[in-house]
Design a protein around this ligand. Structure first.
Ligand code: HEC
Ligand code: HEC
Ligand code: HEC
Ligand code: HEC
Ligand code: HEC
Length: 359
């Protein structure tokens, strides 16, 4: 099988070295089209933070390696002959999402993907790969466990922000079937968004090598391919009454209002104003004097440490919805529900009515 001959290659410098060493024209190199496409994608970018993060230490801890290196992924499912589960030892740096991540002969045997919520989601084909890595690292259950038995509005200095992780496309797509957002008790949530046949799986929209979404895919059903302009819903969720704008705008506006509520709640109920810095872990920082800048201690920003259970849940959902740049396509209604319920819950904590936002 042609793909097999490439399975072990994996890294771009190696492929290019082989291609130039053999002096073959692109047309004559087996799989050149896929290699070229893949080499342009984030999956192949060995310099990105997603792969270079561990370069200084030289090895990737097992728990991170399963998504940050093809070798870790193969070890997780036992495709490399090891016991399935986390690798026994750290994985060397330098790996990317290589060909054999998705073309491993063992992949078709994966029929369920374990999720951070403790559930298993049934999968077929390549989606097993996408769902494993794009599921995030936390769930509503992670948040529940952290706040169990604590009063909603009491500051607990032991609580820390729980980060859903990044590019959580599969987590949002699964909706309540994955339960990876914080789902408030007693509320119903959109399950897996099946969109419309035949665009139900990751690769019905994303070309698996360059990862882009072809415009024609959308134009068969929608009158624009600009995903941010697409709207089917006949209800205004953000109170603007504007049914011309894409659903993306409703989600964005509500998420912004949720942040304003988080800031009010932090100041008025938790007693410590907070600021958000997208470029700096753990993202939420204390701002005691309310000047909009993180407090500094010994030259470093002071992480926010006045979390109450109510604030932690809302911040988790706010970050979750923002952690998937395609959530308006992957599962717009799950996003709207998580944001609405968090805003409603914070409003209750603030003793206010939530107006101008619909679920
Ligand atoms: C082994 C883990 C892994 C698998 C399997 C995987 N991804 Fe990714 N994906 C990543 C990582 C890590 C990044 C970030 C790469 C970067 O920042 O350079 C990423 C980035 C992306 C991006 C962002 C676009 C880009 O060029 O950076 C898209 C879209 C994507 N993946 C879709 C998919 C799809 C669709 C599948 C299944 C066919 C899939 N991924 C399988 C780990 C994975
Ligand atoms: C379930 C899969 C998964 C696991 C496990 C995982 N990550 Fe990631 N991580 C991803 C994906 C997917 C991205 C790509 C985000 C993007 O496209 O920018 C990512 C991105 C990152 C980034 C880059 C963020 C940025 O701002 O660009 C860092 C740093 C990171 N992860 C650290 C870690 C660490 C540390 C661990 C282990 C403690 C870990 N990850 C475990 C899936 C995972
Ligand atoms: C993120 C997952 C992923 C990665 C990484 C990946 N592929 Fe693929 N590849 C797929 C999927 C999924 C298909 C099947 C596409 C379909 O059925 O439409 C595929 C199909 C192919 C095909 C068959 C094309 C066809 O038209 O039938 C070849 C050849 C191939 N890949 C080679 C490669 C090579 C070489 C690499 C590394 C440079 C690579 N792939 C990396 C997911 C991946
Ligand atoms: C109905 C089509 C569709 C399906 C199904 C779909 N996506 Fe997407 N996805 C998109 C579009 C369109 C975007 C780009 C949104 C934007 O940036 O405007 C996107 C964005 C993304 C991004 C963020 C890319 C970036 O630049 O940060 C990732 C990662 C991703 N998708 C992965 C997946 C995975 C994994 C699956 C399956 C679990 C999936 N997608 C299913 C259409 C789809
Ligand atoms: C086969 C037809 C079909 C294709 C192809 C298709 N869509 Fe859709 N799309 C729909 C239908 C039907 C809905 C409404 C589904 C629902 O709400 O249950 C929808 C909903 C959406 C929504 C949410 C709109 C809202 O107001 O809730 C977005 C955004 C979207 N599609 C984007 C895309 C993008 C981007 C593509 C191309 C990658 C695409 N769609 C391809 C049929 C399609």
């Amino acid at each position: 099988m042609r793909i097999q001959s490439l399975l072990l290659w994996g890294s771009i410098p190696f492929i290019f070295a082989v291609v130039s060493a053999t002096g073959q024209s692109p047309e004559r190199t087996p799989n050149m089209e896929e290699i070229t496409q893949w080499a342009r994608s984030g999956h192949a970018n060995v310099h990105s933070e997603s792969f270079a993060h561990w370069n200084d230490s030289g090895e990737i801890p097992p728990v991170c390696s399963t998504c940050h290196s093809g070798a870790g992924f193969r070890s997780f499912y036992g495709f490399d002959g090891s016991e399935p589960g986390l690798p026994q030892s750290p994985v060397p740096v330098g790996g990317v999402v290589d060909c054999d991540t998705c073309h491993s002969p063992g992949l078709p045997g994966v029929t369920e993907v374990p999720l951070p919520s403790g559930r298993e989601h049934p999968v077929t084909g390549a989606e097993a790969a996408c769902m494993t890595c794009h599921q995030g690292r936390a769930s509503g259950a992670t948040v529940d466990k952290a706040v169990a038995g604590q009063p909603d509005d009491e500051v607990n200095p032991e609580l820390r922000f729980i980060n859903p992780h990044y590019a959580v496309a599969a987590a949002s797509l699964l909706g309540s079937a994955g339960a990876l957002g914080y789902q408030y008790p007693g509320k119903e949530y959109q399950p897996r968004f099946l969109h419309a046949r035949p665009v139900a799986t990751c690769i019905s929209c994303h070309e698996p090598h360059n990862l882009t979404v072809a415009e024609e895919t959308c134009l068969t059903c929608h009158d624009t391919a600009d995903s941010r302009q697409i709207r089917i819903s006949r209800q205004s969720y953000d109170g603007s009454g504007n049914l011309q704008q894409g659903i993306h705008a409703d989600i964005g506006a509500n998420r912004q209002r949720l942040f304003a509520l988080m800031a009010d709640y932090a100041r008025e109920i938790a007693g410590t104003p907070m600021v958000y810095d997208p470029a700096s872990h753990p993202y939420f920082f204390a701002d005691h004097n309310g000047d909009g800048l993180a407090d500094q201690r010994e030259g470093a920003p002071v992480a926010y440490a006045s979390w109450t259970p109510r604030l932690l849940k809302a911040a988790y959902n706010w970050k979750f919805v923002g952690a998937d740049a395609g959530i308006h396509v992957h599962n717009p209604h799950y996003a709207l529900e998580l944001v609405f319920d968090s805003a409603e819950d914070l409003s209750a904590g603030l003793g206010r009515d939530l107006t101008g936002m619909a679920r």
